[in-house]
Ligand binder design. Structure first.
Ligand SMILES: [Zn+2]
Length: 424
């Protein structure tokens, strides 16, 4: 038996409102807390959880940015001459995205979504590395850098595999007790909620399925570890989209040219603009101010949300719609989707959740980047406790101190801050 296994299970979009009135995991992880999310999509939330930093610090925020000099997509421009009936089809986009991802050696999640090929050479993609791997952040360290630097053996899900395949791999690593830390990522609930909405009768059975898996892995883990420290958590919730906003239609009516006067990325809940003259800036701002479904996020608010980038890398003007509004068509999709996230973190459905079998959740753990602190704390604890003591007779005979001893003493002194200092 090993003393400790920290088991972190990340269920995408399993928001507070989804589980608040559901007995989800109450018997295995009865201690629950609502957490604030991070402004942005999973492209912002996941790196924030993995690094303990906010977007303004790690610079993993929105996927596409205006950056023609560094655009790796110039070679896709001729595809603009193909009929839209082909190029706007999801199946075509998905196939092409896989091809581009392999060709460009992008390591993270990649999707061309619905970015028009006519303008694709204006944009760069910001998640070229995978935040689920060491050295995967745009800036700074993540939990996997800490684990590697500390020599802690860990399990992590492979996003290229299915939930079931990843689950089997987890069971294998737990059964053999070869890991001292596990990070599990399950994305399927997010997809279900996007398509079916947050009131779908399919949600409860999905939660029961997750519960069963968690209970089983806990049973298996408790046969091999004395203390399994379980944390089940999410990055955001999901809001039903009952209002559609054709923002692109309004901006296209202006006497301005995309790529010459301004550039824009239409995400599904926000539009991010870059301007090349003051006339364009003024005309676009006038239109945006008249749209009741959304608002221009003031700099002071972006600052408060830790998403203010002084170099305006992710856009000069950020227009955000209110919860329940969907920008359609957008560069994320040509057609509407039932539910979405990526609204203001203060909106009801934005909140994330943390569920644990630990009696105490630190009081200052209020937002999803704080989960990182728990991961570092428990990983170090496992490292310290799971060390096999050297056999006493060998120790006595050789009079040579165990090689593990200095490491144990060292790790006991380590705090999150010292680790960060070492790695950064
Ligand atoms: Zn999603």
């Amino acid at each position: 038996m090993k003393p400790i296994l920290p088991l972190f299970i990340f269920i995408d979009a399993c928001g507070w409102e989804i589980i608040k009135d559901d007995p989800f995991c109450k018997n295995v992880a009865p201690n629950r807390r609502r957490l604030d999310s991070v402004f942005g999509y999973s492209s912002a939330c996941v790196p924030s959880i993995l690094s303990g930093r906010w977007p303004e610090e790690h610079r993993n925020w929105s996927y596409f940015v205006y950056d023609p000099k560094h655009s790796p997509f110039r070679w896709l421009k001729p595809l603009q001459w193909l009929p839209k009936a082909i190029t706007s089809r999801r199946i075509f986009r998905r196939w092409l995205s896989k091809f581009v991802k392999a060709g460009m050696k992008f390591r993270g999640y990649f999707d061309l979504y619905n970015i028009p090929f006519r303008y694709i050479s204006l944009f760069d993609f910001t998640e070229k590395k995978s935040p689920l791997r060491p050295h995967g952040m745009n800036r700074g360290a993540n939990i996997f850098d800490v684990l590697e630097a500390q020599g802690i053996t860990y399990h992590v899900s492979n996003p290229a595999r299915s939930e079931t395949e990843n689950y089997d791999a987890l069971l294998e690593d737990v059964k053999t007790a070869r890991v001292d830390f596990a990070f599990v990522y399950w994305p399927d609930l997010d997809g279900l909620l996007h398509h079916e909405g947050n009131q779908s009768p399919e949600i409860a059975p999905k939660l029961r399925g997750y519960e069963e898996r968690i209970r089983w892995v806990m049973d298996v883990a408790q046969e091999h570890y004395e203390d399994v420290r379980l944390y089940v958590f999410s990055d955001h919730g999901m809001a039903n989209c009952d209002t559609q906003l054709d923002l692109k239609g309004r901006i296209d009516q202006l006497p301005l040219r995309m790529g010459k006067d301004y550039a824009v990325v239409y995400d599904s809940t926000m539009a991010r603009f870059w301007f090349f003259n003051s006339h364009a800036r003024q005309l676009v701002a006038e239109v945006l101010r008249e749209i009741p479904e959304g608002f221009i996020v003031p700099d002071a608010e972006l600052d408060r949300l830790h998403c203010l980038f002084p170099d305006r890398y992710f856009g000069e003007t950020i227009f955000l719609v209110r919860e329940g509004v969907l920008i359609v068509p957008s560069h994320m999709g040509e057609r509407p989707i039932r539910a979405m996230h990526g609204y203001h973190p203060g909106e009801k459905q934005s909140h994330a959740a943390l569920l644990t079998n630990q009696a105490e959740i630190p009081e200052d753990l209020t937002a999803i980047p704080h989960i990182y602190r728990l991961m570092v704390r428990d990983a170090l604890l496992a490292k310290e406790r799971n060390v096999t003591p050297a056999a006493p007779e060998v120790f006595a005979e050789s009079r040579i101190p165990s090689v593990r001893e200095p490491a144990r003493a060292f790790s006991a002194r380590l705090t999150v801050q010292t680790i960060e200092r070492e790695i950064l």
